[in-house]
Ligand binder design. Structure first.
Ligand SMILES: [Fe+2]
Ligand SMILES: [Fe+2]
Length: 248
């Protein structure tokens, strides 16, 4: 079983325009083409937030078109740059519509995959809130299958001060829920860089951006570089997890 995670696409409304100098649409097309031609059978494509740079409905619609070949294998989560209702309008059929937040739950092989919505409107930091944490606790109690969590904001620091001040704000409450469940790994975006760490019994993997990267340990806020479009591949074999980052 193979999952591909794209994060922090930061798409703009102009099809040919650049964002911070990066050809964000071109990068997304390159990444999608690579997945299709080089990665064999992919069971799921998960987009972990910051889908767009500015909240515009037409940008989401264009993204929806760009990933139209993935409709039944696609999951979408919002990040701090996103508008929850615009994401719901564009991708509603891939989301749990009875939930105020944009979550998902699905089985893949032996694993349960759970998507969490950490968007707090107009704030940079992430937040899950009591309702979603109660929902997660219930979901984790429902099955003993090992769980993989997907979310935009990491619950732990990555070592870059200006990013670390805006991580998941209610991480202690989140930790108390994760400690109770069979969570094996947490895959996030937001920090535009690769890092690994531990959170309760889970391993945390942050994934670079398909658009542009932030300089690890940089002292200057928003210090970024273009680099190649980058994404993550997660292979599940029985109960084993193998993951790597692909830089094009
Ligand atoms: Fe981002
Ligand atoms: Fe973000």
């Amino acid at each position: 079983m193979r999952i591909v995670q794209f994060s922090d696409l930061h798409l703009i409304s102009a099809a040919e325009g650049r964002s911070w100098g990066a050809d964000v649409w071109g990068n997304l097309r390159r990444a999608l083409a690579h997945v299709q031609s080089e990665l064999g059978n992919v069971d799921l494509l998960v987009l972990t937030g910051d889908l767009v740079n500015q909240r515009r409905a037409e940008t989401y619609a264009r993204l929806r078109d760009a990933v139209s070949g993935w409709t039944d294998k696609l999951h979408v989560l919002p990040g701090n740059h996103d508008d929850r209702e615009m994401v719901r309008a564009a991708f509603g059929d891939r989301l749990l519509l009875d939930s105020p937040s944009l979550n998902f739950v699905t089985m893949l092989g032996a694993f349960r995959l759970i998507g969490l919505d950490t968007l707090r409107p107009w704030r940079v930091h992430g937040y899950l809130g009591k309702t979603q944490l109660a929902w997660l606790e219930q979901e984790l109690a429902r099955s003993s299958a090992p769980a993989l969590l997907f979310m935009h904001h990491p619950p732990i620091r990555v070592g870059t001060w200006w990013l670390d001040k805006d991580l998941l704000r209610d991480h202690e409450q989140f930790r108390r829920v994760v400690e109770k469940g069979p969570v094996r790994a947490i895959f996030t975006g937001h920090v535009h860089q690769e890092s690994t760490g531990h959170f309760a019994s889970a391993q945390v993997f942050t994934t670079p951006s398909t658009a542009y990267q932030f300089n690890p340990r940089s002292l200057m806020p928003a210090s970024r570089f273009h680099g190649p479009p980058t994404f993550r591949v997660i292979d599940l074999d029985d109960e084993r997890i193998d993951t790597r980052v692909v830089r094009l």
